[in-house]
Design a protein around this ligand. Structure first.
Ligand SMILES: C[S@@+](CC[C@H](N)C(=O)[O-])C[C@H]1O[C@@H](n2cnc3c(N)ncnc32)[C@H](O)[C@@H]1O
Length: 275
């Protein structure tokens, strides 16, 4: 692949998704885009770049972006955020007017494990939520992942990663080698295509936002912009959860670390008031 083709492909992916492909990612492009090249009978990435420069390449461009997303996820990933959520949900339930659901956004939800883990956390709390409903929205830029999330069927390998056996038995039904999420859990989650490069205000206001393990793929200005938008959509007593390798420090002043917690961030104003 010529440097020109690499720069073109990297520019296209960055403009459409925020994902930064550094020069050492040439091999990743080859492996991830290989199946598409073979299907389209294209000789290589230079030919792909050429096709994408031509008019009417929209569908192909979307497919390239989709192929370059990394969709790694697991149930109760990193543990700690869900421990925090367990303490937070009863507080928010008590603070909201009767009948108002707690709105939770799993931004960059991948195959859905994060959103289902949120639903299971709420289900396990039972009466501590006083009958309060959760309205969970899972969004992603990958339509393939959204389809998988919506289907709610996971392999033995996937349910063995992070999901306690008691919850597996309680919230899933075995179908051969795979496990299907119980209808009660599925009913709590809605799925929607959403690109974090777009203005998220159309999605409304949230009490809790999980935006984990996606900012790592963006550059600093993009991270700042996304974090600023998330802060603007958050209830004053809400929180944002980020991944273990992500932070707000040096990127936005609208969110601050929750005292004594890792990966949990609050709107800056709420902290100033509390102090
Ligand atoms: C590594 S997964 C993280 C999944 C989950 N949040 C977790 O922590 O387990 C990253 C996800 O971000 C999605 N993604 C990448 N760029 C995005 C964008 N611009 N808008 C929305 N989702 C994006 C990918 O499709 C992928 O499913």
């Amino acid at each position: 692949m010529t440097p020109d083709s690499f720069n073109f492909l990297a520019g296209l992916v960055k403009a459409r998704s925020g994902i930064v492909l550094t020069a050492d990612k040439g091999y990743m492009l080859e492996t991830r885009l290989g199946p598409m090249l073979r299907r389209e009978s294209m000789q290589g990435l230079d030919a792909l770049a050429q096709r994408l420069r031509a008019p009417r390449a929209e569908a192909l461009a979307a497919e390239v972006v989709e192929a370059l997303t990394t969709n790694e996820s697991s149930f109760f990933r990193d543990g700690k955020p869900f421990e925090h959520l367990k303490k937070l949900l009863p507080k928010l339930a008590a603070a909201r007017p009767p009948g108002q659901p707690i709105r939770v956004w799993s931004a960059a939800c991948s195959s859905g494990q994060e959103a289902y883990s949120i639903a299971m956390t709420a289900a396990e709390l039972g009466p501590a939520l006083g009958g309060r409903k959760l309205d969970i929205l899972g969004t992603d830029i990958s339509r393939e992942m959204l389809d998988r999330a919506q289907e709610g069927v996971f392999t033995q390998f996937e349910v063995q990663r992070g999901l306690p056996v008691t919850m597996l038995v309680k919230h899933f039904k075995q179908e051969g080698q795979r496990w299907r999420v119980a209808p009660e859990l599925r009913a709590q989650v809605r799925w929607q295509f959403f690109n974090l490069m777009e203005d998220p205000r159309t999605l409304g206001r949230f009490d809790i936002i999980f935006c984990r393990n996606v900012l790592i793929y963006f550059d600093a200005p993009t991270k700042s912009r996304v974090l600023g938008s998330l802060a603007g959509m958050l209830a004053p007593d809400g929180v944002v959860y980020l991944g273990g390798a992500e932070t707000v420090l040096g990127l936005t002043e609208r969110l601050v670390p929750a005292p004594g917690e890792r990966g949990v961030y609050e709107p800056a104003r709420a902290t100033a008031k509390a102090g």
